[in-house]
Design a protein around this ligand. Sequence first.
Ligand code: NAD
Length: 337
Amino acid sequence: MPVLSHQQLQSLLEQHLVRVNTPQNSARLVAANLVDASLKGHDSHGVTLLPRYISAILAGDLNPLAKLRVVRDAGPLLAFNGQHGFGQVLGKEMMEAGIERALQFGVAVVSLADSHHLGRIGAWAEQVADAGLVSIHFANVAAPSAVLPFDGRHPRLGTNPFCVGVPVTGRRPVILDFATSSIAGNKARIAFNEGRAIPEGCAVDAEGNPTTDPRWLMQDPRGALLAFGRHKGAGLSLICSLLGAALSGGETESHQIAPRPGIINNMLSIIFDPARLGAGENYAQEVLAQLDWMHHGQEGRDVMLPGEPEARAYAQRLENGIYVDEVSWQQFEALAQ
Ligand code: NAD
C-alpha cells in the first residue's frame, strides 16, 4: 500500500508530465493541483488521475501546450476557449482574469469552453475567495452521459459539478463543491480499484436495477449514476450543462460523445465583490453569525461546514502522507517504463 509524501508526489508527477512534452511551469501547476486535491481528501480528483492525463496527451485529446484563447472581451463579460489544454493551467488563468474584472467592475461573468479536465472545482472557488470575492461555478462534463435524468431510464447528463465559494472575514472560506451525481464518477473508479462497493442509492446496472457494484460504471455494458437529491440534483445538473456548456460555446451532453481518454469540461463562473454590493459590515457579521449558529447547541455532534472536511484531510495528509491505491500505483509504475 504505497503512501507518499506530498513533496514526493509533486516531483514524481512533474517528471512524468515533462516527459510527455508539458512545459515545466505547466507541469508544476498540474502536479500541485492534483496533489492538493489528494491532500484535501479527494483521491478521485487527485494524483491518481495522472495516468489518464498521460493517455489523453498520447491520444491527442489533451494539448499540453494549448493556451487560453479570448473569444469575447466585453468588460465584466469574458469568454475563453481552452483548446483542450490543461484545465489546471487554464482554470487558474481564467480565475485571475475574472478576479481582475470583478475588482474593476464589481462583478465578472467568465466562461471557458473546451478545457481539458478542470479537476476539483473547489480549487477555483478557493483562488477567488483568497482575493476576498464570492464565486459560483457551473461546469459540465463533455463525455458520454453517465447520469440519469430524474425518473429516466437512459443517462443524458454528465456528473456536472456545481460549486460556490464564500470568503469569511478572519476564517477559512465556505467552499461548497460537489458533483451533481450522487457520487462523482471518479469516486466509482477509486471504489472499483479498491474492490469496494459504492453506497446504496447511487447507481443502476445496465438493466436499470439498483446496484452498489462500481463495475457497472467502469465496464461495458454500462449502468448509470443517479443525480443527488432526486429531481433537485438532476435539475441542477441540467443547469450546469445549459450554463456551463451551451452558454460558453462548449458541447452539451446531447452530442452523444464517444468515450475518449481525455475529459473535457466547460464552465461558467460568476465572480463578485461582496463589499461592492453595499452590505458592508453587516454582511461580514451576518456570515460569521450564521456559521456560528450552525454549530450552536448541537449536543456534542461534529457539525462541519462546507470546506471543513477538506481542511481536516489536508492537515492529516500533510503530516501522514497520501495513500495511492494499488491499481493506480501499478499504472504509475507502467508509466515509468
Ligand atoms: P462530496 O460528496 O465529497 O461533497 C463535497 C462537498 O460537501 C464539499 O463542499 C465538502 O466540504 C462538503 N461536505 C462533505 N462532507 C460534509 C459533511 N459531513 N458536512 C458538511 N459538509 C460536507 O463531493 P463529490 O460530489 O464527490 O465531488 C468531489 C469532487 O469532484 C469535487 O471537488 C468536484 O468539483 C469534483 N468533480 C469534478 C468534475 C469535473 O469534471 N471536473 C466532475 C464531478 C466532480
